[in-house]
Write a protein that binds this ligand. Structure first.
Ligand SMILES: Cc1cc2nc3c(=O)[nH]c(=O)nc-3n(C[C@H](O)[C@H](O)[C@H](O)COP(=O)(O)OP(=O)(O)OC[C@H]3O[C@@H](n4cnc5c(N)ncnc54)[C@H](O)[C@@H]3O)c2cc1C
Length: 461
């Protein structure tokens, strides 16, 4: 049982604060209610203490303070986690938002990124050099949580998951020690953090391999939801045989309003969001079969890479209510697409969506044991997200996601991408790491035997 911060002597908290360059924030402080907000407005946790770290020394002091006082410890990177795993009730939140810096090394196209950076900040820094690190599809997501869970996005088919581009990390471990991990140094930890989440320590700095990506050809194509069975069957064949340069995730969605044409507003669609990293000529040839399917809307063109990374930011501002469910899929057969037709025709609120991200191309060519990310052969990481501005539809969006998930889970590959899960219990965590779970447990028992870092998709001993 952890101790609540409330029961701590104030002198202990004062002494802790004196060790930090950053400040602490407590429940009676003016900023408390603002600082305890995370991206998902449905999360309402009340931590006992925030340590707003500014450097590695602050992180070390915070880890030692949490451990020595037997506090529940949460680590907050970008605060995007659906289940609110960057926060905890009563305990200590080690906030990394002050650990930001991005340095691009053009001699070898690598990028050093702070443990508290957001992906938009990385894209901003790498773009002038014509470089990009594979990440997700929303620029406000944290580098920390996204990377440690895997990292699926527009460049996955060309350059792999984010973890496939991680070269090195600096970490503060549960005993307060500081280590650098890479393929030669602390290789067991380096393996574990490429998918195993924040279970093994706090990453204060990441080093990534970047790639030459300046502009991409991207954007959405839409078909009426009634055509989803035909489009999904076609998509499955097409994307799994497409060159790595082409990525496209398939979705069921409502067009909520501008900037889309008015004729599309409030209707349900099957969409594909494309991203191509090759030449315009090759794209035009490759895209002919897509246009032959007569999409009702196609807005696909050349844009700077940071533009595709921010394309959906406006639709998805922080503070909306989110409910998540997820699964991996190998096939999109008729039974599967029939359920997408059913639930895609019945989307509960304008912002709720289903996405299936391809796990093919380069992402599928990494061995299933090379990193903890076990489902390299899954073809798709699926996620159902119920989203709405206020809490009044919370039950409706939650039930839609659960029902969608329950209907399709029997056709799934078993587990889910850990970054698309909320708090769903130990069996789901095990299923998601599959054959890699036991190795993760061994590493966890070596580096965090007391399970100090447990506010995550937890690797239990
Ligand atoms: C709108 C939206 C879009 C998304 N799109 C994508 C996508 O395209 N692709 C994708 O792969 N994922 C996507 N995600 C999921 C995302 O990867 C996870 O939500 C991830 O957990 C967010 O990381 P964070 O640092 O922002 O989260 P936080 O809530 O801060 O942290 C999440 C978890 O990571 C741990 N953690 C964070 N930073 C560190 C660190 N430096 N050291 C140790 N542990 C740390 C935390 O303890 C916590 O357990 C999306 C999420 C949202 C809300």
């Amino acid at each position: 049982m952890s101790q609540s911060v409330k029961t701590l002597d104030t002198s202990k908290i004062e002494e802790f604060e004196s060790q930090l360059r950053g400040k602490i924030i407590q429940p009676l402080d003016e900023e408390y209610n603002e600082i305890r907000k995370v991206y998902n407005g449905m999360i309402d946790k009340r931590p006992g203490l925030f340590a707003m770290c500014l450097d590695v020394a602050d992180v070390i002091s915070s880890v030692n303070f949490g451990r020595e006082n037997n506090l529940l410890v949460a680590i907050r990177g970008g605060g995007h986690n659906g289940g609110g795993l960057g926060l905890c009730d009563e305990g200590l939140v080690i906030d990394l938002s002050g650990l930001k810096s991005v340095r691009v090394d053009t001699s070898n196209n690598t990028v050093r990124v702070g443990g508290g950076n957001l992906w938009g900040e990385v894209d901003h820094a790498t773009h002038p050099f014509g470089l990009a690190v594979p990440a997700g599809i929303i620029s406000t997501t944290g580098v920390g949580g996204l990377t440690l869970g895997g990292g699926v996005g527009h460049l996955s088919r060309k350059y792999g998951l984010t973890i496939d581009n991680l070269l090195e990390a600096d970490m503060v471990l549960a005993d307060g020690s500081f280590v650098t991990v890479n393929k030669d140094q602390n290789a067991d930890l380096f393996w574990a953090i490429r998918g195993g989440g924040g279970n093994f320590g706090i990453v204060t700095s990441f080093k990534f391999q970047a790639h030459p990506v300046k502009t991409v050809i991207g954007g959405p194509t839409l078909w009426p939801i009634e055509r989803i069975e035909e489009i999904m069957a076609w998509y499955h064949k097409f994307i799994n045989n497409a060159p790595d340069e082409l990525n496209g995730f398939i979705t069921t969605m409502i067009i909520p309003g501008p900037p889309f044409p008015e004729t599309l507003h409030n209707k349900q669609f099957c969409g594909i969001v494309w991203c191509y990293t090759g030449s315009q000529d090759n794209f035009d040839k490759l895209f002919k079969p897509v246009l032959a399917l007569n999409p009702v809307f196609a807005h696909v063109g050349e844009m700077p890479y940071p533009s595709i990374q921010t394309l959906f930011d406006g639709l998805m501002p922080p503070g909306l209510q989110w409910y998540w469910r997820a699964d991996f899929f190998k096939e999109l057969g008729p039974e599967v697409s029939a359920q997408h037709l059913k639930f895609g025709s019945n989307i509960p609120t304008p912002l709720s969506q289903m996405h299936l991200y391809p796990i093919s191309g380069a992402a599928s060519r990494v061995g299933a044991e090379e990193t903890p990310w076990a489902y390299r052969d899954a073809n798709y990481a699926g996620v159902y997200v119920g989203v709405d501005p206020g809490p009044k539809n919370a039950t409706k969006i939650t039930n839609w996601c659960k029902d969608y998930y329950n209907a399709l889970h029997p056709y799934s590959a078993g587990g889910a991408y850990s970054n698309f899960m909320m708090e769903e219990g130990q069996e789901r965590v095990k299923a998601s790491y599959k054959h890699n779970y036991d190795r993760l447990v061994k590493i966890k028992s070596a580096y965090d035997p007391e399970n100090l870092f447990r506010v995550n998709q937890n690797i239990r001993l």
